[in-house]
Design a protein around this ligand. Structure first.
Ligand code: GS8
Length: 220
């Protein structure tokens, strides 16, 4: 039995998308509550008093915070369907390592690409492409990061793909040229997983949102 499941989220958040994809993989019904990042709800502040960030999964009244931890929680609670974490402890540690790497490197470098100019911008662009090339190398010739099946690292990375369009416009490069195998993996995920195709928002809409948000934060 699922119990009562509520998700505090915002539509363009790659971290929130991870949770939505995991819940869809498991077939869990839940109540979605859209949060406004500029006017956070009392519920969000109460459920995530430490970081005050989305996503937050509220399961039977108890909050779970941090997207990677939430996805692992979902995998443990609803373990019968679509296992996400590898059963082998070493493989599991590797998948966790790469999701942690994404959390530490990708989000921060994205920010640098958006908010920098000149040499700094060029350096951020190189850094971001190097990160994606490294992640592409990690995939190797496997169909998914989870091997033959879609797994934890796939869930951790795929939401970033709807931000690629914005990276391309802003960085003047083509992901298809730079990381063809990674882009083939994106297509494979979208085409074979309804959890992904139904969750990822339109990349142009995400880009418009980014432009609006960076205008607000930089005052440009
Ligand atoms: C990151 C969540 C996050 O940055 C996770 O869940 O994996 N490590 C966390 N959430 C953002 C929205 S997505 O850009 C957020 O809630 N920001 C609000 C704020 O910083 O005040």
């Amino acid at each position: 039995m699922a119990g009562e499941v509520v998700l505090l989220d915002t539509w363009a958040s790659m971290f929130g998308m991870r949770v939505r994809i995991a819940l869809a993989e498991k077939g869990v019904n839940y109540e979605y509550k859209e949060e406004n990042m500029r006017d956070k709800s009392p519920l969000l502040l109460q459920m995530n008093p430490i970081h005050k960030k989305i996503p937050v999964l509220i399961h039977n009244g108890k909050p779970v915070c941090e997207s990677a931890i939430i996805v692992q929680y979902i995998d443990e609670v609803w373990k019968e369907k679509s296992p996400l974490l590898p059963s082998d402890p070493y493989e599991r540690a590797q998948a966790r390592f790469w999701v942690d790497f994404i959390d530490k490197k990708v989000y921060e470098t994205m920010g640098k690409l958006w908010l920098s100019k000149g040499e700094e911008h060029e350096a951020a662009k190189k850094e971001l492409l190097d990160i994606f090339k490294l992640l592409e190398g990690t995939l190797g010739d496997k169909p998914f990061y989870g091997g033959d099946s879609f797994g934890f690292l796939d869930v951790g990375l795929i939401p970033f793909s709807c931000w690629f369009y914005g990276f391309e416009i802003h960085g003047h490069f083509k992901m298809e040229t730079e990381c063809p195998k990674l882009m083939a993996w994106v297509k494979r995920c979208v085409q074979s997983r309804e959890s992904v195709s139904k969750t990822l928002p339109d990349e142009k809409k995400v880009h418009e949102y980014t432009l609006a948000v960076t205008k607000v934060t930089t005052g440009a």
